[in-house]
Design a binder for this molecule. Structure first.
Ligand code: SF4
Length: 168
């Protein structure tokens, strides 16, 4: 059976070699095989993947949909993030694409079926890295993190310092 087309299956030259590697962008450029070699692993992984069916015209996927695959030792997890919202709570990834369909979200806009929107690779790596804790999210400027400026002296400290200056 022919493999379904997938926008996230990409080819790239292997460093210092003439080989072309096939990777899964949704899986963080997970290695699927080398062109011209045995591609049984890729056929199996991609053959069971739900993402190609999510990105068809009929499925009405959203422009802002970011699918993610987590390749574990035994299982492969498939998650869906929103490009606009994942930064707010990267751990809150959906196991189903249904929340990203037109009736579920007022911001829905159609996803192209023959190319990935600009910036998809960057957002995929970031959303996946934040979800897995591989990327640290910088604290927002208003957060109560470690103080980068010294604490101002308290009123008591200021009073004691004023008294000391007059006594000495
Ligand atoms: S695993 Fe799924 S998302 Fe990744 S390249 Fe294969 S079909 Fe596409």
């Amino acid at each position: 059976m022919a493999l379904r087309t997938c926008l996230y299956r990409q080819e790239r030259p292997v460093e210092d070699a003439t080989d072309i590697e096939i990777v899964c962008l949704a899986g963080g450029n997970h290695h699927l095989g080398i062109i011209g070699s045995d591609l049984t692993y890729m056929d199996s992984v991609c053959g069971q993947c739900p993402i190609p069916d999510v990105l068809t015209e009929e499925s009405t996927a959203c422009l802002y949909l970011i699918p993610i695959r987590i390749f574990g030792e035994v299982e492969i997890e498939t998650l869906y993030q929103c490009r606009v919202l994942y930064d707010l709570n990267p751990q809150r990834a959906d196991k189903s694409p249904f929340l990203h369909l037109p009736r579920a979200c007022p911001w829905w806009f159609p996803h192209p079926i023959d190319f990935l929107p600009q910036g998809t690779e960057w957002h995929t790596h970031r959303a996946r890295g934040l979800y897995l804790g591989e990327i640290e999210k910088p604290a927002p400027p208003w957060s109560w993190g470690s103080a980068s400026h010294p604490e101002p002296p308290s009123r008591l400290d200021r009073l004691l310092s004023w008294i000391a200056k007059r006594v000495l």
